[in-house]
Design a protein around this ligand. Sequence first.
Ligand SMILES: [Fe+2]
Length: 235
Amino acid sequence: MTELQIDRRNMLGAATLLAAGAAAASAAAQTPAAPAVSAFAPQPIAKPFDPAAVPGLSANLLNSHFDNNYTSAVTRLRAIETQIAGLDPATAPNFTLNGLKREELIAWNSMILHELYFNSLGAPTRPGAALARQIEKDFGSDARWRAQFSAMGKALGGGSGWVILNWSHRDKRLVNQWAADHTMTLAGGTPVLVLDMYEHAYAIDFGSRAAAYVDAYMAAIKWTAADAAFAKASA
Ligand SMILES: [Fe+2]
């Protein structure tokens, strides 16, 4: 073996060691410890709320909706987050990752939309001055907004979904948005007021009379939370 060959072999060995060290360092940098799972918890804003103060919707209905649907969405979201945190995305089957991320979106939006919904129920009020002005600007009048919003809810009767008064940050305007399920929200929008059109929101009191439920909801809107959401979104 020549001197040149020995030097070349040593250089290759050193290069291999350096490459292995760099790869190990890179792997360590790319696989940090999994972050702690967010501790999602039901918001205390709606429960205990006073179902007796909500005209047209019974305490039995509201409590069942809160306990069986809203709370379970939060519990489900916690469980989903735990599973995602324990998953190795490099080796997990696509259907496992897809399924968990789909369910995460469903549960997360269900939590958010239900919080908006329950926060909008109470002793009825009128929209605050700023939100009332925006509604008049974007819909022509409060009556025209109400007519469209409630008609959209009634149109979802027999199916399910949400009607969402949504603030578009892009276009600086309000829109009544249709949603067939929890996953549909206007991109770049902030929900301000929502109407739950899943049967669990009304069947106990109204059976299949979805339109009667919509009328009851429209008469029971407490706008305080919507005013706050609009002020924050449009600031
Ligand atoms: Fe619901």
